[in-house]
Design a protein around this ligand. Structure first.
Ligand code: ADP
Ligand code: XUL
Length: 508
């Protein structure tokens, strides 16, 4: 019998920091501990709502990076307070919301008190300027995996360098949320890996190195301010002495952090091509592994690096959980009420449609928020609940076609994946079997499994991705199966939904 080992995965998302501790004994992995720190509740002094600072401008979304550090401290304190032997902890890795940028000065302090995050859409001009400088959207998409998007880090850095050149001049390092928090953990400057770095419009997907033209087109002197990019399995250090002294943690290896979506790819067990996962978190995302990068010609999807060294295709929707919550709250319901409304209304909603753009939308590109209804009475609570969920699922099915996957099986994850009635709509719209993962937070689990995989390699006993995802990274429990009569209804309705989307956007 080999001695047990444990691996910690962290996920700093929009609304919370969560942790999963995976215990490996005799080759079998199990979850030893899960914990979450919700920013609004645990750290009220920062005044965030859903993890974001209030703003009068719907295009602006920033968060205080100091809050993320405080949450990390609370998490490590909670880990230590478990009172169990921490000496089995071999490695830690993490995931974080993608695209957000943290600006540090030479003394390690913040040169900008806030970090623009993935929900920010205030960089339209910067996107146009960078696109023009690099020869057009198709050129940028082919090189970096995505056309230039408002929330991507490049245009955000450009905006900061232009609106506050003095503070930008003081900035010596621009981190992503992932590399910023990894730096806190190891007590020195952490690198990035290709998964999160491909969310910046600055990395050359083919070489997995910074693309000099993009770096130059984005902001003056940016090259020296960017972290290194290292392979996704790199051990970047050990838990810093500061944390060891404070909380009695061992000198566990720290593996380079990644973005929440690349991490979820591992946490949902998508280590082969041909399957997709849907994450219903603050953002809704649909993604799958790709051996070769197939870039989206329609300009809505992205190709990121995958932790396996391959690629992943992904389409991202901003109006995810918070849009579902808006409808829930508007009609004074709780989640049980949302489920009851879904059960009391028929698939297809008698043709009543909603475009749920409560906030500016990423997919499709909608800058001015606004909810549109067709044949839908705003006073009809149940019909509106069904309309928002059907809209989200039809948009997801329509806009992910570019990934070229014949979707038969969906691995569902994220906070709303606990809801069977929402997953039934997903199964019917996609005509696919939907299964939940054993561990709800797949980004967090993915981080723990990545830590295990990299630690095994660093110890000279490498494991395959299949080995580390076998026990925990697989769906479990009852599958939601598509109902043939509902599938027929959505086949027709998806076209009408696409046309409604087009008309509404054209009318702007
Ligand atoms: P994040 O992207 O921040 O990691 P999560 O994946 O943790 O978010 O999802 C959090 C969201 O899950 C909440 O905002 C909430 O809207 C949603 N949620 C929680 N329980 C339910 C439920 N029973 N039905 C639908 N949505 C739910
Ligand atoms: C991905 C994206 C979101 C964030 C959410 O491109 O913008 O999924 O990563 O945390």
């Amino acid at each position: 019998m080999s001695s047990p080992q444990s691996y910690l995965g962290l996920d700093s998302s929009t609304q919370s920091l969560s942790a999963v501790l995976v215990r490996v004994a005799d080759g079998c992995a199990s979850v030893a501990w899960e914990h979450a720190i919700v920013f609004d509740d645990a750290l009220p002094k920062y005044g965030t709502r859903h993890g974001v600072l209030p703003s009068d401008d719907p295009a602006v979304a920033v968060s205080p990076p100091a809050m993320w550090v405080d949450a990390l401290e609370q998490m490590l304190s909670a880990l230590a307070a478990r009172g169990q032997d921490l000496s089995t902890l071999c490695a830690i890795s993490g995931a974080a919301q993608q695209h957000g940028s943290v600006y540090l000065a030479a003394d390690g302090g913040f040169s900008r008190a806030v970090a623009p995050i993935w929900m920010d859409t205030s960089t339209r001009d910067e996107c146009a300027e960078i696109t023009a400088a690099l020869g057009g959207a198709a050129v940028v998409a082919a090189r970096t995996g995505s056309r230039v998007f408002e929330r991507f880090t490049g245009p955000q850095i450009r905006k900061f360098s232009e609106t506050d050149p003095h503070a930008y001049a003081e900035t010596t390092r621009v981190h992503l949320v992932s590399s910023f928090l990894a730096s806190q953990l190891i007590g020195s400057d952490a690198p990035l890996e290709p998964g999160d770095a491909s969310g910046m419009n600055l990395m050359d997907l083919a070489t997995r190195a910074w693309w000099p033209d993009a770096v130059e087109a984005t902001a003056p002197g940016l090259a020296t301010r960017l972290p290194l990019i290292v392979p996704a399995d790199t051990v970047i250090g050990t838990v810093a002495p500061h944390w060891r002294t404070r909380f009695g943690l061992p000198a566990a290896r720290v593996v380079v952090w990644t973005g929440d979506n690349p991490s979820s790819l591992i946490g949902t067990g998508l280590i082969e091509e041909g399957r997709v996962a849907v994450s219903l978190g603050t953002s809704d995302t649909i993604f799958g592994l790709m051996r070769e990068p197939r870039v989206d010609n329609g300009g809505t999807g992205h190709v990121f690096g995958a932790p396996t060294g391959d690629f992943m295709g992904i389409t991202v929707f901003k109006n995810g959980s918070l849009a579902r919550e808006r409808v829930r709250d508007e009609y004074g319901l709780d989640w049980a009420g949302v489920s009851a409304a879904l059960r009391s209304t028929p698939p297809g909603n008698h043709g009543r449609l909603m475009l749920p753009w409560f906030d500016p939308e990423i997919t499709p590109d909608v800058r001015e928020p606004g909810v549109h209804r067709r044949e839908l009475d705003p006073a009809d609570a149940s019909a509106n609940v069904r309309a928002v969920v059907e809209a989200q699922m039809m948009a997801m099915a329509n806009h992910s076609a570019w990934m070229g996957v014949d979707v038969r099986d969906i691995h569902a994850t994220g906070g709303a994946a606990v809801n069977d009635d929402i997953l039934q709509v997903m199964a019917d719209v996609f005509n696919a079997r939907v299964r939940r993962l054993q561990v709800g937070n797949s980004a967090c689990l993915g981080a723990a499994l990545r830590a295990w995989h990299a630690d095994a390699a660093a110890s000279g006993e490498p494991l395959s991705w299949h080995d580390v995802t076998r026990d925990l990274g697989q769906p479990a429990g009852r599958a939601l199966t598509p109902r043939p009569e509902a599938v027929e209804i959505y086949r027709a309705l998806r076209g009408r939904y696409a046309e409604f989307e087009k008309t509404a956007r054209g009318a702007r």
